[in-house]
Each structure stands twice: as structure tokens, then as C-alpha cells.
Design a binder for this molecule. Structure first.
Ligand SMILES: O=P(O)(O)OC[C@H]1O[C@](O)(CO)[C@@H](O)[C@@H]1O
Length: 388
């Protein structure tokens, strides 16, 4: 493991992490409030959270909260009573989403129990004309050679990460902006060598909607072609980071595929059967919503990743958790910072935060020359990095 820089905090005004806590989180509260006919109790709690998350300190969860023990294990005693801006950014962001669920009664015993506050946004994405277009493109792909199909589906899954609802709240133009040289690292040949004839693929999903659909299509293709025998799809046990996929979102996405005209429906039916016969399994491990890097993963999850031919980790947040949420020099080897991971691991991510490793010196120099440091957070670049 190379020399380790400190974890990222959000205490520097003008920095990206600071803007997430100071601007993005209040914007998310406003959007959620507008999307539901909540009662006075939820409105009061959302008001309190709005005040607390920018000016207050981290508070405890109610005694009856079902995940109090998890949070105790994840360091809540150390951080309670401290400003949101002074604790590790990874920790404060996760806690914010947990407190938002508390405010809307997601974990309570009342009528709002289990109501996903982000569902309207996720469903709007599934119903968007862009989703129709992406699914229609599958018809043309169907007659192409298997390798070409696989490469297109891998890139669909990768760039699907750009369609991230939380991201768009604060950078509405990001999706349409020109992607200067797209891929800043491309280990896809190594990824294919790990996938070919693999027994088990673990895919750690990120966002629902327009990212989960291509993730599922990639899995459907790999299973149908017999490239992998089984796939395990890790989703979040509860709503998180606005658009992160839960089991309910998997169901919505598979049903969306089945309803679509053309080739998409066949993939949807294939996924439905794969879930029925166990060749596709969905897992929702509590650690998937933990405010900690994967290096701190519990033994049962470690054993699961160790047994996979490769674990594909999707998205920006999972990348931060994979390499540690630290300002590594960009040329720090990816293999070094992931050497703790219990099996082969691949990251598929568009760049939406400062964290980056594994760049060639010439690539970093070209990015800086063209864009200063904007390439780190703009969502216009992507990477496929693999540690076999
Ligand atoms: O959906 P993703 O790709 O994990 O991105 C999450 C986004 O949220 C952030 O954590 C900032 O809030 C960034 O890492 C990223 O922009």
C-alpha cells in the first residue's frame, strides 16, 4: 500500500465536498419535500434537518431505530456532536441520507414506513424518452457478433453512471456536456479475461433507473451467452444517495424491460427466469449503506467477494469506498490501493468527485492541461480499472 494521504473532509469552503454538504443536501431536502404530500410531522422534521445539516451538529438516532447497532459499529459515538463539515466526508454524506429517511418516517411505524422518498425521480427516469431510445438501440445490437454486443453493453453500463439524479441536482448541464477524451483508463481487456468462463460475477450496483437498466442488460447478456454461470447483484437495503438502487428498483427495472417493445423484453424475461432459477441473485447487505470504505467490510461480505471470479464495482461513491476517500496522487497505482480487496476487482465509474488513482502520468498531464482540475468532478470522463 502506498503512503496514505488523509481522508477527505468537507471543511474547506469552495471545495467540492463542502459544496455537496452546503448546497446539494439542502437542495435534495427541498426536492423530496416537493415530491410528496407529507404531513406536518414530516415537514417539521425536514425543516429541522435543513437547519441541522448546514449549521448544526450530528445527532443520535432514536432508541428504537432498527440500525442503531450498525451505526454504533460504524463510528457514530466518535462523530455525534461534531459539525457535519468536520468529520470524514464519506461519513457525513451517508449519515445525511440516513437522517433524511428518519425525517420522512421511512423507518417509523407510521403510514410513511418504507416509502422511498426518491421513488418519483427514479420512476421518471425509467419513463423518460431517453430510456426508450436506449432500449430501442438494443434491436440493432441483437444481430451483431457476441463480442461487439458485449463491448457495447459494458460501455452502456459504464456511461449509465453518468445519469445520476443527485449529481444532476447541482450540475444540470453535466449530462449533455461534450465528453472530451472519454476513457481515462481502460482495462477492459483484463476484465473480459476474468469474465470469460467465470463461475460467479458480483456486480455492486450504483444508481437505479438509467444506470441499473444497462447493468441488468450486461448481466442478462453474460448469462445468456454462458460467459458467466451466475451473477450476484448487490443493491442498497434502503434508499440512499438519491438514486441508489434498491431491490424495489431492480423489480421496476426488470418490469420496465419486459414491457418494452423489441429485444429489451427478451432480456427482461431472461432476467426474471434467472432470478427464479438462482443464476441471478440480489443481495442487500447492510454494509452497502455503511459510511466506511470497503477495507472495513465485514467477514461475510469479504467471503462473498473472495468467492467471485471478479467483483465489478459501479459508480463514483463505490469508487471512493473502494480506494479510500483520499486525495491520492492521481498516478498512485490502482492495484496498490485495492490490494486488500479479497478477490479480483474492477471499477466502472464516471468521474464525479476528486478521488482518482491509476492514471498514466501523460493522461493526468493532458487532463490538467485541457481542464485544470475540472475533469475530476465534471462527470464527462470515465474509467475501467481492474486489479486481477
Ligand atoms: O452515483 P455515484 O456515481 O456514486 O455518484 C455519487 C455522487 O455523489 C457524490 O458522493 C457527491 O455527493 C460524488 O461522489 C458523486 O458525484
Amino acid at each position: 500500500m502506498p503512503d496514505t494521504p488523509p481522508v477527505i473532509l468537507a471543511d474547506e469552503p469552495g471545495s467540492f465536498p463542502h459544496s455537496v454538504l452546503a448546497e446539494r443536501h439542502p437542495a435534495i431536502i427541498r426536492q423530496v419535500r416537493e415530491a410528496f404530500p407529507y404531513g406536518p410531522e414530516q415537514h417539521r422534521a425536514l425543516d429541522a434537518l435543513l437547519e441541522n445539516c448546514t449549521k448544526g451538529v450530528i445527532e443520535t438516532l432514536p432508541v428504537a431505530a432498527p440500525d442503531r447497532a450498525d451505526w454504533a459499529a460504524w463510528g457514530v459515538d466518535e462523530y455525534t456532536g461534531r459539525s457535519w463539515f468536520d468529520v470524514p466526508w464519506l461519513w457525513s454524506e451517508s449519515r445525511f441520507y440516513r437522517q433524511l429517511l428518519e425525517a420522512v418516517g421511512y423507518f417509523g411505524s407510521g403510514p410513511w414506513q418504507g416509502i422511498d422518498p426518491f421513488r418519483p425521480f427514479k420512476l421518471a427516469e425509467l419513463d423518460a424518452p431517453e430510456t426508450d431510445e436506449e432500449l430501442a438501440a438494443l434491436d440493432a445490437l441483437d444481430g451483431r457478433p457476441a463480442d461487439e454486443q458485449a463491448a457495447a453493453l459494458l460501455h452502456g453500463s459504464l456511461w449509465g453512471n453518468r445519469a445520476d439524479l443527485g449529481f444532476r441536482l447541482s450540475d444540470a448541464d453535466a449530462e449533455g456536456r461534450d465528453a472530451v477524451p472519454g476513457l481515462v483508463a481502460d482495462d477492459s481487456a483484463t476484465l473480459w479475461s476474468l469474465l470469460d468462463g467465470a463461475d460467479t460475477l458480483c456486480l455492486v450496483a450504483d444508481n437505479a433507473g438509467r444506470e441499473l437498466v444497462p447493468d441488468l442488460l450486461l448481466i442478462a447478456h453474460l448469462l445468456a451467452q454462458g460467459r458467466v454461470r451466475r451473477a450476484i447483484l448487490h443493491v442498497k437495503p434502503y434508499p440512499y444517495y438519491v438514486s441508489d438502487a434498491t431491490t424495489a428498483d431492480v423489480v421496476d427495472a426488470v418490469r420496465r424491460l419486459i414491457r418494452a417493445p423489441g429485444a429489451a423484453a427478451g432480456h427482461g424475461r431472461g432476467l426474471w427466469s434467472a432470478m427464479a432459477d438462482g443464476s441471478l441473485t440480489v443481495r442487500a447487505h447492510p454494509f452497502s449503506c455503511a459510511p466506511l470504505p470497503y477495507q472495513a467490510m465485514p467477514d461475510d461480505l469479504r467471503a462473498e467477494f473472495a468467492a467471485a471470479a471478479v467483483t465489478v464495482v459501479k459508480g463514483d461513491l463505490n469508487y471512493r469506498r473502494l480506494v479510500g476517500d483520499r486525495m491520492w496522487p492521481p498516478t498512485t497505482p490502482f492495484a496498490g490501493v485495492t490490494d486488500y480487496f479479497p478477490g479480483p476487482v474492477a471499477a466502472l465509474r464516471t468521474l464525479k468527485s476528486d478521488v482518482i488513482t491509476g492514471l498514466a502520468p501523460a493522461t493526468e498531464a493532458a487532463l490538467v492541461a485541457a481542464e485544470g482540475q475540472r475533469w475530476r468532478t465534471g462527470g464527462t470522463h470515465a474509467l475501467i480499472q481492474v486489479r486481477p
